[in-house]
Design a protein around this ligand. Structure first.
Ligand SMILES: Nc1ncnc2c1ncn2[C@@H]1O[C@H](COP(=O)(O)OP(=O)(O)O)[C@@H](O)[C@H]1O
Ligand SMILES: [Mg+2]
Length: 260
């Protein structure tokens, strides 16, 4: 069984999709490559950013999952030029319909997918009434992406109990600069910080298909931050996963950064 990690935010557009892709792009080997599943009810962004078709993608997966086991989901996956396998959501309102249709079965289906490879599910905005909350019940973790600025943190604080009540491990991913230190934010929200992600316009533009990958792009600050966290999943054992859930110490004994 591999990890099922969910990614979400509570307000604004702090960089959830970008971070999810960065984690997948820098996921440690050996082992099966992760798949990013775009489950954002507000509409998929990856198809438009990369100028790829909506299918193979989420709508096909939702239909396919009705009739047969998904296996490793290969027939619904597209590989982005940054080397990441994705199941793209359709853009706009079509996504809301697809995500709503999948709300009841989806969590079990993505869990089943995680039997074959790590699944990084981009849930987009976690509003209190979104059907996407049910994915948290099946997930190993939620990475809550936020900018470390007062208005976002206040919104987040109000939402934390709902999220920690449904997911065994909720950790913060703080994107960009702000007036507070990560440890102050962790105390304020009573959540561990999984990663501090630098503002990196070039790295983000590469992951959004706006800029071509230049030599060494995987070592850009955004991608290096993702590597640091992704490596903590290397050679994951059930004991190690349990340790992540019960303490934040798992990050501390992670292997050192390896540049490839
Ligand atoms: N770490 C970052 N540094 C610079 N720009 C970023 C970073 N993360 C995201 N962005 C940019 O911010 C915008 C929103 O990012 P996106 O990942 O789509 O956010 P969300 O999924 O939360 O809506 C995009 O233009 C993206 O390229
Ligand atoms: Mg997004």
């Amino acid at each position: 069984m591999h990890e099922l990690i969910t990614y979400g935010s509570v307000k604004g557009s702090p960089g959830t999709t970008t971070w999810t892709l960065a984690m997948a792009a820098r996921w440690p080997q050996p082992g099966p490559a992760p798949v990013v599943v775009e489950l954002d009810a507000a509409g998929g962004d990856l198809g438009s950013r990369w100028h790829i078709h909506d299918e193979p993608g989420l709508a096909g997966l939702v239909l396919g999952a009705r009739h047969q086991p998904l296996g490793d989901g290969t027939e619904y996956v597209q590989r982005l030029p940054v080397g990441v396998d994705v199941v793209v959501a359709p853009p706009g309102d079509a996504a809301a319909a697809t995500v709503a249709e999948f709300a009841a079965r989806g969590p079990a289906v993505v869990r089943e997918l995680a039997a074959t490879r790590p699944v990084l599910a981009d849930l987009g905005r976690l509003d209190p009434h979104t059907p996407l909350l049910s994915y948290l019940d099946k997930a190993d973790e939620l990475h809550l992406v936020a900018r470390p600025v007062p208005d976002q943190l206040r919104h987040l604080r109000a939402r934390v109990p709902l999220l920690t009540g449904r997911c065994p491990l909720v950790r913060l991913v703080l994107v960009g600069d702000g007036p507070y230190r990560p440890d102050e934010i962790a105390t304020y929200l009573d959540l561990p910080v999984a990663a501090v992600v630098p503002w990196d316009s070039t790295g983000a533009a590469i992951l959004a298909g706006r800029k071509r990958q230049a030599m060494g792009w995987t070592r850009r600050p955004l991608l290096a931050a993702a590597r640091g966290l992704a490596l903590t999943y290397a050679g994951d054992t059930p004991a190690r996963a349990r340790a992540r859930r019960t303490s934040t110490a798992a990050a501390a004994d992670a292997p050192a950064e390896v540049t490839t």
